[in-house]
Structure formats: structure tokens, C-alpha cells
Design a binder for this molecule. Structure first.
Ligand SMILES: [Zn+2]
Length: 157
């Protein structure tokens, strides 16, 4: 097993975590004193399950739309290449419980998104792969995350 000196997530033992969860993945202070925190928002149990590309893509569009209503200072929400979750980066020193509560609010809305309503940003002008979306998968993963968090709490391990 080749270790990484540079990538935080390579130091995480993915066999020890229990999805779904919210995990503080990093906290940095910039030269002007601004604090930036990064969270691992995991939906799928690593190496056991993963989302379809259409499902995680639609989830990205809907979460990106709603998360900014819940939290000030959002920097970025990006899907992980392994398709098991998202990285969420925000200004300020936030804790996992706070982020889990806000993400839960977002995912409750996503799970209830009407099948007939258009997903924001799904067209060739606003999206880089607008044909690759799957609303029912996105809704199912949102519902599963909420159910899992409610059953076990936000903790990772
Ligand atoms: Zn897109």
C-alpha cells in the first residue's frame, strides 16, 4: 500500500467508517486569519456501494441550489470521484453536528423534490453533461442519508 504525504483522504481508513456521516476533513487558516473548514459528507459505505453518475450529478445540482439557503459562506460542494459522497467547504470554524443538521435540511427537500419539476441547471448552457442526470436515484440517496443519520446520528465511526 503506497502512502500519500499530501492527500488527507488517503490517510482515512475507509474500512473503519460507517456511512452515512459528516466528518471534519480539514481546517485551515489563511494569511489574513480567515478560517476555512472542509467536510466529508458520505452517502455510501466505501467499497460496498456507490452512486450512479446520473444520481450523484443530480444530487450535486439540487444540493448546490439548496445548501446556500441553509449556510452562509459556502465555498464549494463537489462530488467525490469514487461516487460515495461529497466534499463541502465553507468559511468559518463549523462543527460536524451543525453541518449535519444543515445538510439534513437540504436532503429532506431533495428527497421530496417532485418528479415533474425541473432540476436547476440541467441544460447545455449551465451544465457540462446535462444528459447524465437521474432524479430518482438522487432522491433515493437523499432519503437514505436522512434515514441513516436519524438512526445512527452524524458520527463517522
Ligand atoms: Zn451538471
Amino acid at each position: 500500500m503506497k502512502e500519500s504525504r499530501n492527500v488527507e483522504s488517503f490517510a482515512l481508513d475507509h474500512t473503519k467508517v460507517r456511512a452515512p456521516y459528516v466528518r471534519l476533513a480539514g481546517k485551515k487558516t489563511g494569511p489574513n486569519g480567515d478560517i476555512v473548514t472542509k467536510f466529508d459528507i458520505r452517502f455510501c459505505q466505501p467499497n460496498e456501494e456507490f452512486m450512479t453518475t446520473g444520481g450523484i450529478h443530480t444530487l450535486e445540482h439540487l444540493m448546490a441550489e439548496y445548501i446556500r439557503d441553509e449556510i452562509d459562506g459556502v465555498i464549494d460542494l463537489s462530488p467525490m470521484g469514487c461516487r460515495t459522497g461529497f466534499y463541502f467547504t465553507v468559511f468559518g470554524g463549523r462543527d460536524e453536528e451543525y453541518i449535519a443538521e444543515k445538510i439534513r435540511n437540504v436532503l429532506v427537500k431533495v428527497a421530496a423534490w417532485p418528479e415533474t419539476e425541473e432540476v436547476p441547471g440541467v441544460d447545455p448552457v449551465m451544465c457540462g453533461n446535462y444528459r447524465d442526470h437521474n432524479l430518482s436515484d438522487a432522491k433515493a440517496w437523499a432519503a437514505k442519508w436522512v434515514e441513516g443519520i436519524d438512526n445512527k446520528g452524524w458520527q463517522c465511526f
